[in-house]
Design a protein around this ligand. Structure first.
Ligand SMILES: Nc1ncnc2c1ncn2[C@@H]1O[C@H](COP(=O)(O)OP(=O)(O)O)[C@@H](O)[C@H]1O
Ligand SMILES: [Mg+2]
Length: 389
């Protein structure tokens, strides 16, 4: 393979697998440095297709498509875990720089392998057992090896809560998910936190401030996210230290978003990670010295990492497709929201809205978190994604 030109040289090619909203926001951040971002995803009409001309239509789960796309690049990264890692292993053998490394991606994309990794590394996580299928879960319940309540997670099929089922008793067995799974103890959660850590090849690592997530109970999706989290400085330090420890254990470059549970006894447990920009870091675009997207670019290109300091407290709200609406997306209440000080609207440009689909997000910054929360709740009532003409 030819020696790579230095990043920011006009011939340098950085690619990303996935052209959804994360790919789009990465491309926008790359634009500040006039760095072209090469994207692979199935349709140019996807969010990233609007902001980069270097869009290849193809399937990131297909060996040939990923291999052919990767061959032309100097550095390759991802915006989604569920990509063809066999092609990535081959590209890596041929000398391509890939962040995160394919071997670690193999672990992270399988929730069962992730949990085994934490057990092996002594990283605190909810206790768990692995099962091959639904029947094996039922057999374990019958034999007493597993007891209610537990949280069942599909090992490879889930995202945004779709591969997670809370089984509180025998009457819920109809909700068991098919296929290989993890069964975890049901944690008594006090708060859900996330810490995003960046690391570059030089070994420099930096954590963003911890954020607190509030879920939409119906969709099992993050509805609001608060930064700073309402936790003590001592707990903040513990959360950052744990996330940094997890990053060191994986030993990868780029971003690692570490989802944490704070249980009712004050323990911090690692729930799961994502080795890429993450929903829990969207607020950084408007509220931190460096956005998570720029930080990911710095990390995968081995540039000095940016400051993760907060400029202002913020609330991020996901803009989810309204219930009962499927069709061409229309944004109601947009102008009213834009008139409010500190409101930053980010629309992903997905042509079709569906109930609970992530259509965009809004970040509200203010001098106090309380003010930002009040505005975010107002925005959430005003701004609706519906289907229309
Ligand atoms: N062991 C658990 N105990 C209690 N709640 C859990 C547990 N695991 C997951 N959850 C809840 O389900 C949500 C989604 O689970 P997660 O594993 O993060 O899947 P996803 O890939 O959909 O984000 C979590 O954010 C949390 O609210
Ligand atoms: Mg999660």
């Amino acid at each position: 393979m030819k020696p790579a030109p230095s990043p920011l040289h006009p011939d340098f090619k950085l690619g990303v697998l996935g052209g959804g909203q994360l790919g789009k926001m990465l491309a926008l951040a790359a634009g500040n440095w006039h760095l072209p971002l090469y994207v692979l995803d199935s349709e140019k009409s996807f969010p990233a297709g609007r902001v980069t001309p270097f869009f290849t239509e193809g399937n990131f789960k297909d060996y040939e498509d990923v291999y052919r796309f990767g061959r032309q690049l100097d550095v390759l990264t991802i915006e989604i875990e569920h990509v063809n890692t066999e092609a990535l292993h081959q590209l890596e053998k041929e000398g391509l720089t890939i962040h995160p490394s394919p071997a670690k991606l193999d672990i992270i994309k399988d929730k069962g392998a992730q949990k085994l990794f934490y057990r092996e590394k002594g990283i605190p996580t909810a206790s768990f057992q692995l099962f091959d299928d639904e029947q094996a879960v039922k057999d374990a319940l019958d034999s007493g090896a597993l007891s209610y309540p537990f949280v069942q997670k599909s090992r490879t099929a889930g995202y945004d809560g779709r591969g997670v089922s809370v089984i509180t008793g025998a009457e819920k067995l109809g909700n068991l998910l098919p296929g290989a799974c993890v069964a975890e103890e049901l944690v008594e959660i006090d708060k859900e936190l996330a810490v995003i850590v960046a690391r570059n090849a030089a070994g420099q690592a930096r954590a963003f401030p911890a954020v607190e997530m509030e879920f939409n109970p119906k969709a099992n999706l993050v509805e609001f996210l608060f930064c700073p989290a309402a936790i003590s400085p001592e707990l903040e330090a513990r959360a950052e230290a744990l996330a940094t420890e997890v990053m060191a254990a994986y030993d990868i470059c780029g971003l690692l978003a570490v989802e944490l549970f704070l249980d009712k006894k004050g323990n911090l447990l690692v729930n799961e990670v994502a080795p890429r920009p993450h929903n829990s870091g969207h607020h950084t675009i408007d509220s931190c010295y460096t956005s998570q997207f720029e930080q990911h670019l710095r990390a995968v290109l081995n540039f000095p990492l940016g400051s993760t300091r907060m400029k202002a407290p913020s609330v991020m709200a996901n803009l989810l497709g309204a219930e009962g609406h499927t069709g061409p997306a229309v944004y109601q209440g947009l102008e009213d929201c834009l008139a409010i000080e500190g409101v930053h609207v980010h629309l992903y440009g997905k042509a079709v809205t569906k109930p609970f689909r992530k259509m965009g997000h809004v970040t509200v910054v203010d001098e106090s978190l309380e003010e930002a929360k009040a505005k975010a709740r107002k925005v959430n009532k005003l701004l609706k994604t519906v289907s229309g003409g």
